[in-house]
Design a protein around this ligand. Structure first.
Ligand code: SF4
Length: 395
């Protein structure tokens, strides 16, 4: 028996995969799971990994925004996968409103963003159907997780206790209630413009309100990302990064087992492809590293972004993550690299120091630009490592 299934079309502008409406990709259907509150127990992570292995191809991803994705589902398996996931954990739907994964427990945050995020979600319910699926809100209470690199149509940033600035807006400070009202006003204006509208279409949008590129240790899938310990009001959390945002289900199930055996109760999904393990004892970091996760802030893989490439995308000219793994040891210190299966540049829309891009003419190397820019040079397969090493040194 198979259940009816809607499939998101990646060719339609603004389409986003969800659990109920997965997206067709080169390796089957991709489902994005918006875990409510962004927290899982080790048992839940293990159960999700098992479902990914039995219903999909076993490849899982943590996105730049901290969402979980499962690849390789089929039209037959996807509805059963969705049913099993919703029976296991609470899944969010509706308007995307992102906060720090440490929200409410971060001793360095200026204000708790969660009540504001909840008020915006509730307030937008009446008109969210008219908003495009990519429209999003970031509510940034400050603290250790820097959200400035996450794209948002409406952004609320705490400047102190119950003091907020909203963009687009007039740049003035207001209390939380006022910030919610302004945010909803902007969202309603977007809804009136229709599902194709984004914040840049609003008259209130000003170029200077565009997302901040973020400090060098954080950001949307880009730049070096810190993996140091994070303080909680009641303990600490240990970040573990997925190499290039991906891991197979067996690797994640083994991590969940180790976390469970170590007494970890909460695993948080975090921006920049990370999992945060609350109150993890020392031994867990070595286990995570041995399993293939990134735990060392100096690991060169943290300076490399890569999409799946031809291993799971019909537009890819080569398997980008496999190439990224090959090139990471050659990357000079401090240099960032984007390995992109094609000029679309999904894994890193911003410029990188070096970008290796697949084209119909072969491998292109872009210096200081984006995947869609004209390559400075075209490379033969055997010359890529040395070109990356020397271009990085010159840069
Ligand atoms: S950059 Fe190209 S190859 Fe990579 S995921 Fe996007 S469309 Fe596919």
């Amino acid at each position: 028996m198979s259940l009816p299934l809607d499939i998101a079309d990646p060719r339609r502008r603004g389409e986003c995969p969800t659990l109920e409406v997965p997206m067709a990709t080169g390796d089957g259907l991709l489902a994005r799971i918006r875990v409510a509150g962004g927290r899982l127990s080790p048992d839940e992570l293990k159960a999700l990994a098992r479902l990914a292995a039995s219903h999909g191809n076993g490849l899982m991803e943590v996105t730049a925004r901290g969402n979980l994705q499962v690849r390789g589902l089929t039209a037959a398996s996807a509805p059963f996968f969705a049913e099993a996931v919703t029976g296991l954990i609470e899944v969010e739907s509706g308007l995307v409103v992102d906060c720090s994964p440490l929200a409410g427990e971060d001793p360095e945050e200026l204000d708790d963003p969660r009540p504001i995020a909840e008020a915006i979600r509730r307030g937008a319910e009446a008109f969210e159907g008219q908003l495009g699926p990519k429209v999003s809100v970031v509510v940034d209470g400050g603290g250790q997780i820097w959200l400035a690199g996450l794209k948002a149509d409406v952004r609320l940033v705490a400047t102190g206790r119950d003091r907020w600035v909203v963009t687009p807006g007039d740049g003035g400070e207001m209390d939380g209630g006022g910030a919610v009202r302004v945010a909803l006003k902007m969202l309603r204006a977007l809804a009136e413009l229709g599902p194709a509208a984004r914040a840049t279409d609003l008259p209130q949008y000003r170029a200077e309100t565009a997302p901040h590129p973020g400090p060098p240790h954080e950001g949307e899938g880009g730049g070096p990302v810190g993996v140091g310990w994070l303080r909680l009001s009641n303990g600490f959390s240990m970040p573990v990064s997925l190499p290039f945002g991906a891991a197979d289900a067996g690797m994640l199930a083994a991590l969940a087992d180790a976390a469970s055996a170590a007494g970890v109760q909460t695993i948080r999904l975090a921006p920049a492809h990370r999992l945060l393990m609350d109150n993890a004892p020392d031994g867990l970091i070595e286990t995570a590293s041995a399993l293939g996760f990134i735990t060392d802030p100096a690991d060169a893989r943290l300076r490399v972004n890569a999409c799946i490439g031809s291993a799971g995308c019909a537009s890819g000219h080569f398997p980008a993550r496999a190439m990224a793994l090959r090139l990471a040891p050659a990357l000079p210190a401090g240099v960032s690299l984007h390995v992109s299966g094609c000029p679309k540049g999904c894994a890193h829309p911003r410029p990188a120091d070096l970008t290796l891009v697949g084209t119909s003419a072969g491998y292109g190397l872009v210096i200081g630009g984006r995947a869609g820019d004209t390559p400075a040079t075209m490379l033969a397969e055997g010359a890529i490592e040395s070109a990356i090493a020397s271009a990085g040194r010159q840069g």
